[in-house]
Every structure is written in C-alpha cells, then in structure tokens.
Design a protein around this ligand. Structure first.
Ligand code: ZN
Length: 502
C-alpha cells in the first residue's frame, strides 16, 4: 500500500487530468458564445457532450473512486490542506458517481442545444419555440436531482451545485428579510421618480466602440486584471471563462450608452480577479477552486457596484474618460454619478439598479423552485412572470424578450443558480464592512486609485482560501459573523440617501 502522501499525490495527479478536460470544454463553450458560426452548433454540442462524458468517465473510474474513498477514510491523518482537497473531492464525487454516463451525455448535449435555441428565441421574441426545450431541461434536471439524492427536494439538491450548504428554506428566510427591507427603498425610488425626471443621461450619447474598447481594457487593467493571463472579448451575454491560467472575460458594447459595456466589464473583471487570485500552486484541486457561485458573485458585484458606481471611482477615472470621450467634459461629476446609479423599477435583470436587483432574483427563485416541484408548468411561465413583476416592481414586460426570455440560465440548465446573485450582493456588503474596519474607507482608497489595497484584502481573506471553507464559513472567517442581510440593506440605504442628496 503506497504511503498516505503518495496516495494524496495520486489524487492531485488525477484531479489535474480532470482539470485539463474541464479547461478544454470551457474553451469550446467560450468559442460557441463568442465567435462560432451558428451553423456549427449541432456538431459542437456533440463535441462538448463527448468531452463531458470522458470527464465523467475519469471522475467515476473505479480506481479514482477507490482512491478518494481510501483517502477519505484517512481524513484525520491528513495535513489540513490535504484534508480540504479530499473532503471536497469526496463530496463532489459522491454527487457525480450517482449519475449514469448516458444521463451526463444527454444532459450536456441538451443544455448546449437549448442554449442555441434560446439565442434564436430571444432574438425573435418567440417563447413557444423555446418552451419544449425548457420542459426537457426541467425534466432532465429532476432526473439528475433524484439520481443524486431522492430523499431531498430536487431544488435543494440542485442548489448545492452552486451554493454548498444552502437550502431553499434558508433562502426563503433570507430573501424574506431582504424583501421587507427593500420595500421602503423601492417606495422612496418611486417617490423620487414621481417628483420629477432623474437627469441620468450623462453617460448616454455617441461613444465610439473603438474608444470604448480601449476604455474598458484600461479600466480592467487598472482594477488589477492581468492581461498576460487573460482576454477581454465580446459576447451577447457577458460571462467569464477560465481555461487553466487563461481567464477570459466578455462584454457587450452599445455605442449610445457607455454604461452597458463598462459595468459588464467591471462585473466580469471582479469574477476574473477572484480566479486570478486563487492559489496557483494548488491548481486543479478544490483549494484552488472558487468557493461557490455566491462568493464568486460577491466579487463581481463588489467591484461593479461598491467600487465602480461610486463618486470616488469616477473622480479617479475621469481624466482617462475625458481623453477617450471628449464630450464627457460637458457633464458634471454629480451628473455622471447619477447616471452610473440610475435607479428605477425596470424589466431587465442585468440592467437593474442595486436597489431593485434583488427583487428580480426573488422572482426567479420562486419560479424555478415551482417549475421543479411541478406546481408551475413551463407554458405558464410568461404569464406568471408578468404577474410577479407587477407585484414586486409595479411594472410588467410587454414582450417575453423583456420578460422570461431575457436570461440564458434556465435554457442552459442552470436551475438553482439565480439565488447566488442575491447572496453575492449580501456577501459583498458584509465583506466591504469588514475590509473597511481594517484598511479604512474604500472610497478614499478608490479616489486615490489604490485599488490594489482592496484587492489584496480580498486575496487574503477570500481568494486564497478556495474551497477551504464552505461559503457561509468563509464569510464568517472573513467578517467575524455568519451571512446577514443587514450590511447590504444599510449600504443600499446609504447609497440611496446619497443619490437623493445630489
Ligand atoms: Zn456575475
């Protein structure tokens, strides 16, 4: 029998072989979303399906499983870092080993096909074409959840894929507090809107795409994005992909409004900074993998909202912006900050302001949970969507394109993903509060262009831990208390008060 250290080394070797396959799949998916011609989709879906099956084969190979099980039995004798890798690998392996290779292939192929149908359906405002595919997705996700653990609700099982240790019941409670706390803020937003126009046009106008490309690249770089190990490209629905040491972000340009690209870019930069801050020595292992989707989202939201929508950020970035967009010189700083923080109930989640954003998530959480437990039919989605929008935000979309068709998640099989966005907001506010206690005012650092001080704090307290802690424990470790909505509600109240004052 090889020594414990030898067996741990075997585990790392196996995990790295799996990471190589994952990287190739990511690269194919990145290609599909950015530059692949539409006609290539069927064979591409097959390619991704084939690699996913190969990956699953490695992850479920009897020798690999035996190694994980043996190491798991020796957990108390392992060094703490080794124990993290074994614990998390065992957890993931136990989920995956319950899925038959045929089901994995079928699921992965279906997701790729449904994503492509979604692109078409969204463009043509054609929910009817997508509906049968969504139905298939819901059915296959139910089968997957039942195969992993039939004793728990399908939603809880799927949710853990994104936020280990969280349950629908816990979310219901947390989101309940958020909804209650947000209601008066939405009321103030509406009162403000009723009182007169918001004057948020300062970042609208004509901004050449070429100048925007340079601006966005410079902003990402200034925040700390390493272009030696990353790219910035364009995609319909901005996202971040990791291909080993190569972290790729995407954005979407609109020539008449520079906010689209800027805030997409900064959001994805936040994701990328997290990936670039993971422990590269431990690559391929859970210690060098992101903690959860919610923690990931906390990083993107923190840079996008707390940093890049602040007055301090604009003070710092304006000289560069003036160079590239001379027409901005006509605008006042307060006008620009107001434009960066345009807040009103709106239809599109990705364009929603910070205050109403979480209500978009509550809506999706409720719908996807109902889809899975069978209390809501796919065919009824557009109608129920409109009703809930009316109830939570007081508005409803006139087309499905601006309603149920706006997000790729469900078509792509990501059911249980949406809550991580609201959790991300919540974690971000709590992390900032803890960071400020140590490194002082974030606004002061941002105004001075010292983005690296904040980045270092995040690297020390969040990034470098990978999956050493589960999300709620990581938050407790970094901030001294479990996840709580108070810092987010306090922060949103303060930002709204500032907007009301300018
Ligand atoms: Zn994100």
């Amino acid at each position: 029998m090889p020594s414990l250290d030898d067996r741990y080394a075997q585990l790392v070797t196996a995990l790295r072989a799996q990471a190589d396959l994952t990287d190739v799949i990511q690269l194919l998916e990145w290609d599909q979303e950015t530059v692949m011609p539409a006609g290539a989709i069927d064979r591409r879906a097959r390619q991704i399906g084939a690699l996913a099956a190969l990956l699953h084969e490695g992850q479920t190979a009897p020798r690999f499983l035996a190694l994980v099980d043996q190491l798991s039995a020796d957990l108390p004798r392992l060094a703490p870092e080794q124990a993290v890798d074994v614990r998390e690998t065992k957890w993931r392996v136990d989920r995956q080993r319950r899925l038959a290779p045929g089901l994995v292939r079928e699921r992965s192929t279906l997701h790729a096909q449904a994503r492509a149908v979604w692109v078409h359906a969204r463009r043509h405002n054609d929910f009817a074409t997508l509906a049968p595919w969504l139905k298939q997705v819901v059915e296959i996700e139910r089968r997957v959840a039942a195969a992993i653990d039939s004793s728990r609700s399908a939603y809880d099982v799927l949710l853990e894929e994104y936020e280990p240790g969280t349950t629908a019941a816990a979310l219901e409670q947390l989101f309940g507090v958020l909804r209650q706390g947000l209601a008066p803020l939405v009321g103030r937003l509406n009162a403000r809107l009723a009182a007169g126009p918001l004057h948020t046009d300062a970042l609208r106008g004509e901004f050449s795409i070429e100048a925007q490309r340079r601006f966005n690249r410079a902003v990402a770089e200034r925040l700390g994005f390493d272009f030696n190990k990353g790219r910035l490209d364009e995609a319909e629905h901005p996202f971040t992909t990791c291909v080993g040491d190569d972290v790729r972000i995407t954005t979407r340009y609109a020539s008449n409004d520079m906010r689209y690209a800027l805030y997409s870019t900064v959001h994805e930069t936040g994701h990328a900074l997290y990936e670039q801050g993971l422990d590269s020595e431990a690559w391929g292992t859970p210690r060098a993998s992101a903690c959860s989707f919610g923690i990931h989202e906390s990083q993107s939201r923190l840079w996008e909202n707390r940093v890049a929508r602040s007055q301090a950020f604009w003070q710092q970035i304006l000289p560069l912006a003036y160079d590239l967009f001379p027409s901005l010189r006509k605008q006042s700083l307060h006008g620009i900050v107001a434009a960066a923080n345009e807040a009103r109930p709106s239809l599109i989640r990705t364009e929603a302001d910070e205050i109403t954003y979480n209500l978009h998530i509550v809506l999706r959480f409720e719908l996807e949970r109902a889809l899975l437990d069978g209390s809501l039919e796919v065919a009824a989605l557009p109608q129920v969507w409109r009703e809930k929008m009316r109830e939570y935000l007081g508005i409803e979309p006139s087309t499905d394109r601006d309603g149920v068709l706006q997000d790729v998640h469900w078509a792509g099989g990501s059911i249980g993903y949406f809550p991580s966005y609201a959790l991300g907001n919540l974690y971000a506010a709590q992390l900032v509060e803890a960071a400020e206690a140590e490194i002082g005012s974030i606004d002061a650092l941002v105004a001075a262009g010292e983005f690296g001080v904040l980045l270092n704090w995040l690297r020390t307290h969040v990034h470098r831990w990978g999956q050493t802690f589960r999300p709620a424990d990581l938050v407790r470790h970094a901030t001294g208390r479990p996840p709580t909505p108070a810092p987010l509600l306090d922060y949103l109240e303060a930002r709204l008060a500032f907007l009301e004052s300018i």
